[in-house]
Design a protein around this ligand. Structure first.
Ligand code: CA
Length: 367
């Protein structure tokens, strides 16, 4: 009875206030608004990568109804591409977008969270992050830098790269000048290749002029756009060096923790959504671009010979052990990664792999 009396009174009071034009603003309008900046490692308009970062920002603003808005800056607009991690770590900006292997110089263990040669594919690495403790480990590795990581995208299995000559044996890598970053580059160096690191904009000309003998980039969708087919006729697969590269969104820890809990949940949820969106863009776009490269541009698609793959796999395992020996954290992450890979690999052999083998002949491409 008392409650009903109270409601009646407050109802009357509210009606009076409305009539007098003095109603208090609804609570949502009174909530604090957050304005963030996000810097990325990507060139302006780079499909899926930069546009994915922009989509992330737009969705956060929509879902939070404008309580958190994020202004996105491509590489070089506010800080250089490779300055993203420091900018977020130091709190110059609140957020960043890139890939963990760019930060190997600061935290060598970071490399395992982007892509590992002969490691997990997109499905596997997502399973590790969301279902196998991988994300907690990643948070641990970035914690000393005051950075909070979230998976934000995945390229899926990349392509092996563009070569100016045919690759028949492992020996063909001796003296080969190839643009290939990260752990994959270390493997190629072990095979006798010369690893050249170039910014995206310089690769095509270098390949065309023979400064490079080969380059890898991403997959058909992005490679077609770069025009590599005009400079190197042989397009090799699969991308053993990057079987499912994870892209990241990172937050300054203080900025992240200063958000109310619901906004934290919103950026986490939108990151997860963008991760799925991005993988889906790659999957859909790569299929169409591959068809175009083959039928329109007459690209010669070649699978790396089996014995070469076996040897590269052996060199990769050696490289990973050497890298893991370099610091305690890398060893810890490597062991966790290996254990998880073994676990999903056994399952994958009777699920995805067995299924793909069953349907493979239906989809196989004859150059
Ligand atoms: Ca690549």
């Amino acid at each position: 009875m008392q409650r009903r009396e109270f409601l009646k009174k407050t109802g009357a009071a509210t009606a009076a206030a409305v009539a007098g034009g003095a109603i208090a603003a609804p609570a949502v309008l009174a909530q604090k608004k957050y304005r963030w900046k996000m810097v990325t490692t990507w060139p302006p308009n780079l499909p899926v990568l930069q546009t994915g970062a922009e989509r992330f920002a737009k969705r956060v603003s929509e879902v939070s109804e404008g309580r958190l808005t994020i202004q996105v800056f491509a590489a070089g607009e506010l800080v250089p591409g490779l300055g993203v991690f420091d900018a977020v770590s130091q709190g110059t900006v609140e957020a960043g977008s890139g890939a963990a292997y760019y930060w190997a110089g600061k935290a060598p263990a970071a490399q395992w969270f982007s892509s590992v040669p002969f490691g997990l594919n997109a499905q596997g690495i997502n399973a590790w992050f969301y279902g196998g403790g991988g994300l907690e480990l990643w948070e641990e590795v970035y914690a000393p830098f005051n950075v909070v990581p979230r998976p934000q995208g995945n390229t899926g299995v990349q392509m092996g790269g563009w070569f100016r000559k045919k690759m028949e044996t492992l020996g063909d890598f001796k003296g080969l000048k190839m643009r290939i970053p990260g752990l994959g580059g270390k493997v190629i160096a072990k095979a006798g290749g010369t690893v050249v690191l170039l910014a995206g904009g310089e690769i095509f000309t270098s390949l065309e002029r023979g400064v490079l003998d080969a380059t890898e980039w991403v997959g058909p969708l992005h490679d077609l756009r770069m025009g590599f087919y005009k400079a190197a006729p042989y397009y090799y697969y699969p991308g053993w060096h990057e079987p499912g590269t994870c892209l990241e969104v990172i937050f300054n820890k203080k900025a992240y923790e200063s958000l109310p809990k619901d906004l934290q949940l919103i950026i986490d949820a939108v990151a997860m959504e963008t991760n799925l969106w991005s993988l889906s863009q790659f999957e859909a776009g790569n299929g169409a671009a591959l068809q175009e490269l083959i039928s329109k541009h007459k690209v010669e698609l070649i699978r790396f010979p089996e014995p070469m793959m076996d040897e590269l796999r052996k060199l990769s395992m050696e490289t990973l052990e050497e890298e893991a020996d370099k610091d305690k954290e890398s060893r810890k992450v490597h062991e966790a990664f290996k254990k998880f890979k073994e676990q999903v690999g056994v399952w994958g052999s009777v699920s995805e792999n067995a299924y793909y083998n069953v349907i493979a002949d239906k989809y196989s491409l004859k150059g």
